[in-house]
Design a protein. Structure first.
Length: 410
């Protein structure tokens, strides 16, 4: 039988936040938000540069969008490999190694002579960013359970609203001033800063709680997680919601800049303002006594507003007809992100590294599929079709979650 790391008891987990020094908890939340934001920055920060990179490399829209896809593939594959490794050897060695890989890949990418070379660099960047991104979900599950886990992950998620809010703004400013290469220099600097503060982060998985099986058997824990029906339902909920987000962020530069002729800086400001609605939705989900009800309400709200958005995008050629329905859509996505992250990690805490890896991989598989699809044909119509299909996936997953027994400590 495969021996998994034993999580702390619910009571000890719940008290961890109050027992630990307040300054350490504050540092933990900020650092985890930085790790999660870093994963978002890897894609969001160079969004305003996509149209100019298309011209620089003399390639098509779907080809330059493959940079998003390759980054997501790297993130997903990296998480699957690193999840069990972190369960066996601890979280900090994985964090340090992957951040170093990202720095190297980001620096090399600025010298890309062709789009093909750049795409391989993006794959390496995704692998490098995957460590911090999945550990931002894993480490809270090492320390906390139940409502304390929900609160910590929601706080991290809300703070992380700054990432999509600021990344395109910074990216637009940097690319306007220093071309697309400046964006990747900035990402390398961000990774270096995370490395500088990493020594202050306490190892969240002590040796006595790590997997005592061989590394190969530790990878076998994925089978246990895949057979955990509540866990997989919440994985699919997160995957479909994240897929919708990637459909939005991969199509937005071409809709706003190419179709509606906004500058890179203005585009970044719009995307940044929109991201605030994700953060608000993430925090509001905590107001629900039974957490999964927030996902069901979010799924219904998402389906209704996407129906309106789809009709408007295919019949009305107006920026505001495109923009205004996005605000409640992003708000609903924020609610779903808090619920899916918390409930999936609560179910998979016994193998937190592997659980976080599957949670991340599923989202990036869906995201990698939908990102190029929005660029096929007329950008407004193809994006509307993708929005509608993925919204149905979100609603079905939210309904399945709602039929499960009450979650967390209730």
């Amino acid at each position: 039988m495969i021996k998994s790391p034993t999580p702390p008891s619910s009571s000890s987990s719940q008290s961890a936040g109050s027992g630990a020094p307040r300054i350490h908890y504050l540092f933990l939340v900020i650092y985890l938000a930085g790790l999660s934001a870093f994963g978002s920055f890897v894609n969001d920060m160079y969004l305003p540069s996509l149209p100019s990179m298309k011209e620089f490399f003399h390639c098509s829209v779907p080809t330059v969008q493959l940079g998003l896809t390759m980054g997501m593939i790297g993130l997903g594959v990296g998480e699957i490999i690193l999840g069990p490794i972190s369960d066996k050897y601890g979280r900090k060695p994985v964090l340090l190694a992957t951040l170093l890989l990202f720095v190297a890949a980001a620096v090399v990418s600025v010298f890309s002579p062709t789009i093909g070379f750049f795409l391989w660099c993006r794959l390496a960047q995704g692998l490098g960013a995957s460590g911090g991104y999945f550990l931002a979900r894993t480490i809270p599950a090492d320390f906390y359970a139940g409502r304390m886990l929900a609160r910590t992950m929601a706080i991290v998620g809300a703070i992380n609203g700054i990432a999509p809010a600021s990344a395109p703004v910074l990216g637009g400013f940097i690319s306007d001033s220093f071309t697309w290469r400046g964006v990747f220099w900035a990402l390398a600097i961000f990774a270096v800063l995370l490395l500088v503060f990493a020594p202050r982060l306490k190892e969240s998985l002590p040796k006595e709680r790590r997997s005592q099986s061989s590394l190969l058997r530790t990878f076998g824990n994925y089978g246990l997680l895949l057979r955990n029906r509540p866990f997989m339902i919440h994985v699919m909920l997160k995957a479909s919601a994240l897929g919708f987000l990637f459909a939005y962020i991969s199509s937005a530069p071409f809709i706003m800049q190419t179709h509606f002729h906004f500058s890179q800086t203005v585009f970044g400001c719009i995307i940044g303002a929109n991201a605030i609605f994700v953060a608000v939705g993430a925090m509001l989900a905590l107001r629900f006594r039974i957490l999964k009800r927030a996902a069901l309400i979010g799924g219904i709200g998402l389906a209704v507003t996407v129906a309106v958005e789809t009709v408007l995008m295919t019949t009305v050629d107006c920026f505001w007809a495109y923009e205004l329905p996005l605000l409640p859509i992003l708000f609903c996505l924020g609610m779903i992100f808090t619920v899916s992250n918390t409930l999936a990690m609560n179910e998979g805490r016994r193998d937190a590294g592997g659980a976080s890896a599957l949670l991340g991989l599923a989202g990036y598989v869906v995201g990698a599929i939908v990102s190029p699809l929005v660029g096929l044909g007329d950008i407004l119509r193809s994006t509307a079709i993708v929005f509608a299909v993925v919204a149905v996936m979100v609603l079905v997953s939210a309904y399945m979650s709602a039929r499960l027994p009450a979650d967390l400590d209730q």
